[in-house]
Design a protein around this ligand. Structure first.
Ligand SMILES: C[S@@+](CC[C@H](N)C(=O)[O-])C[C@H]1O[C@@H](n2cnc3c(N)ncnc32)[C@H](O)[C@@H]1O
Length: 212
């Protein structure tokens, strides 16, 4: 899918997203956000923030920027920000593959159900690494293709179909991380059906070594 199509698909979903994907994945969003090592004043980037389902879950002592390509999804996120009075949240329309943001600007970069929903995951991951400070955390909540050969074959088969509805199923975590500066610090299966993964990485760019 190209950027225009992704934007169109998600703007179409915006009206029903919270009742469908929003609800189904909320437990794992909660699990992911509550487990983050967020310190007062930390700068957090939510890539592909969607309708902002995760935004009320963050502590108010951090600063959050949420970016998304779809004006329809962002409109919903803006309504949520107003409803919950989330003064520490800013939202911007932006392509995650070409972020209009400086290097090393964030302590934590979160991408929930995004890496397999973007047209070019490599561009997006590279941008996440660029804007995250050395030693910062990059967190992905996602389905990654399974090591099991039978399941992997099914995932590959249904992936072209899934692309039409906004995501792919055939991307493995190894492929996403290959050649990057990311070191996995935590990897856990999460619901629904423990079919999804929470992957927390340390951004080791510029030779930064993780502490602790
Ligand atoms: C499956 S939704 C996930 C939304 C949200 N993170 C959540 O947990 O519900 C994927 C989101 O990624 C956004 N997206 C896809 N490609 C993008 C890109 N290149 N730049 C920014 N956002 C993008 C879509 O518009 C959509 O809102």
């Amino acid at each position: 899918m190209d950027l225009k199509k992704v934007e169109r698909v998600y703007t179409t979903y915006a009206g029903v997203y919270d009742q469908t994907f929003g609800r189904v994945f909320q437990q794992s969003r909660e699990f992911a956000v509550r487990g983050l090592p967020i310190k007062p004043g930390d700068r957090i980037l939510e890539v592909g923030v969607g309708t902002g389902e995760a935004l009320p879950l963050y502590p108010r002592h951090c600063e959050i920027l949420g970016i998304d390509l779809s004006p329809g999804m962002l409109k919903k996120a803006q309504a949520r920000v107003r409803e919950h009075r989330l003064d520490h949240v800013t939202l911007k329309l932006m392509d995650a593959g070409q972020m209009d943001l400086p290097d090393d600007a964030f302590d934590i970069v979160m991408a929930a159900y995004v890496v397999t929903a973007v047209p070019d995951y490599r561009k997006v991951v590279n941008e996440m690494i660029r804007v995250c400070r050395p030693g910062g955390r990059i967190v992905m909540l996602n389905h990654f293709s399974n090591g099991n050969k039978v399941i992997a074959a099914v995932e590959k088969m249904i992936s072209p179909l899934c692309k039409h509805i906004g995501f792919r199923t055939d991307l493995s975590l190894n492929t996403v991380l290959e050649g990057t500066s990311l070191i996995v610090a935590r990897k856990q299966k999460v619901n629904p059906l423990r079919f999804w993964h929470l992957v927390e990485c340390v951004n080791q760019k510029n030779g930064h070594q993780p502490v602790g």
